[in-house]
Write a protein that binds this ligand. Structure first.
Ligand SMILES: NC(=O)C1=CN([C@@H]2O[C@H](COP(=O)(O)OP(=O)(O)OC[C@H]3O[C@@H](n4cnc5c(N)ncnc54)[C@H](OP(=O)(O)O)[C@@H]3O)[C@@H](O)[C@H]2O)C=CC1
Ligand SMILES: O=C(O)CCC(=O)C(=O)O
Ligand SMILES: [Mg+2]
Length: 417
């Protein structure tokens, strides 16, 4: 289709999604990317250089990515006369099916709603997949960072993130408060005047499609457990229901059986015959369990807000948010992105760690079936870290390390492939 500001590359083809949702990846796919605000300007070009080098090295010119810049956030506002979220960006991601993005700014308190959340909602990217693994040599605040090897499946379309909020002092907020008190008989709104109200939708369908992905992942990767993380003791009909629907799904769709009368469920991996235990942990307890007993957890399925907290906390455990990758997935579209934000105080300084976005691209290459190139990126990351040539975030915690810039770190990775 014709775009207003997006320049479609002269060469390259679309990735096609087959009826069974598998991908048909041409040798020269067009991949849309959003540079991102803040440090996006630093990390995105480095990510592209590292990916291009890995692909060139792995396939000797037989495969090549044609990158296509698309726009959201500050760069979009400049280009599209103040439109931060151009419709054609969504169209391009839908048309090309696999894309990658840098971080986007969201103002706190007032202002526009999160563009990151909007992308996930508009494209129904209901799974936020955030693997957490340690690279040998990376400095960590814990004694055995290698014990933390988890994959977070964060529900990405519901919960308090749905953005149904009413500002204190508005007619809308008062109307909701009056309805809850007068029609629903609520007596527990401590200060019913001048109160902000947020609504937390959590559905059976939304929960089950996320937990289904998490269990399927445990099956495909032959992992021993799926932990449902929730605050269901307090929020019974949202977070508690998430837990109950998760257990129900494990039994109904995966042939799971109650363990010792429940609520834990045991199921047999149909591919390997190994046991997969589906269990649950309350969210606050989980935040200490991941520090004290990380080896007991592998796949984690959780709601949107819990997943946001847990993914930053776990990232810190294995060396920080500078190397924490992620993907936002529907059944047909994949939008890869770093776990961290725009880190505005470092923007444009060629300073921050590009690892998070590069490892998100590594996930993208695997999603495309380009595993040889993905493996080279892991080699490059391991090589650069083990040589002790690292960005400021690692250097400040590593004895004898050499400080390099964002772009130099990318070059070191390329040298080590
Ligand atoms: N998906 C997205 O696009 C996301 C966007 N955001 C948005 O980003 C903005 C800033 O959010 P904020 O809460 O400051 O969180 P950030 O993740 O942007 O930054 C917090 C801190 O994390 C560290 N950090 C972040 N990225 C890197 C990196 N690449 N390398 C090394 N260290 C890094 C820095 O720590 P130190 O100071 O110790 O060096 C930084 O000060 C907000 O507008 C927020 O809404 C936030 C999260 C995700
Ligand atoms: O959208 C934002 O600004 C923040 C999102 C976020 O923190 C996340 O997705 O991890
Ligand atoms: Mg976050």
């Amino acid at each position: 289709m014709g775009y207003k500001h997006i320049q479609v590359p002269g060469e390259g083809e679309k990735i096609i999604v087959n009826d069974d949702n598998s991908l048909n990846v041409p040798n020269n796919p067009i991949i849309p990317y959003i540079e991102g605000d803040g440090i996006g300007v630093d990390i995105s070009p480095v990510m592209i250089d590292v990916v291009n080098a890995a692909v060139e090295k792995a396939y000797g010119g037989d495969k090549k990515i044609s990158w296509m810049e698309i726009y959201t956030g500050e760069k979009a506002a400049e280009l599209y006369d103040g439109d931060w979220f151009p419709e054609e960006t969504l169209e391009a991601i839908k048309e090309y099916s696999v894309a990658i993005k840098g971080p986007l700014t969201t103002p706190v308190g007032g202002g526009f709603r999160s563009l990151n959340v909007a992308l996930r909602q508009e494209l129904d990217l209901y799974t936020c997949l955030r693997p957490v693994r340690w690279f040998e040599g990376v400095p960590s605040p814990v004694k055995k960072p290698g014990d933390c090897n988890m994959v977070i499946f964060r529900e990405n379309s519901e919960d308090i993130y749905a953005g149904i909020e009413y500002q204190a002092g508005t007619d809308e907020a008062q109307k909701v408060v009056d309805f809850i008190i007068n029609e629903m008989g609520a007596t527990k709104i401590r200060f019913p005047n001048n109160v902000g109200i947020g609504i937390k939708p959590v559905s059976e369908e939304g929960t089950k499609r996320l937990v289904r992905k998490a269990i399927q992942y445990a099956i495909d990767q032959d992992l021993p457990s799926v932990t449902l993380v929730h605050k269901g003791n307090i929020m019974k009909f949202t977070e508690g229901a998430f837990r109950d629907w998760g257990y129900e799904l494990a039994q109904e769709e995966f042939g799971g059986e109650l363990l010792d009368g429940g609520p834990w469920v045991s199921l047999k991996n149909p591919k390997t015959g190994n046991e997969i235990v589906v269990k649950d942990v309350i969210a606050d307890a989980m935040l200490q369990q991941v520090l004290t007993r990380p080896r007991e957890y592998s796949v984690v399925a959780t709601l949107n807000l819990n997943g946001d907290y847990l993914s930053d906390a776990l990232a810190a455990q294995v060396g920080g948010i500078g190397i924490a990758p992620g993907a936002n997935l529907s059944d047909t579209i994949a939008l890869f992105e770093a776990t961290h934000g725009t880190a505005p105080k470092y923007a444009g300084q060629d300073k921050v760690n590009p690892g998070s976005l590069i490892l998100s691209a590594e996930m993208m290459l695997r999603h495309m079936g380009w595993n040889e190139a993905a493996d080279l990126i892991i080699d490059g990351m391991n090589g650069a870290i083990q040589q002790g040539t690292v960005t400021y975030d690692f250097e400040r915690l590593m004895d004898g390390a050499t400080l390099v810039s964002c772009s130099e770190f990318g070059q070191k990775m390329i040298e080590k492939m």
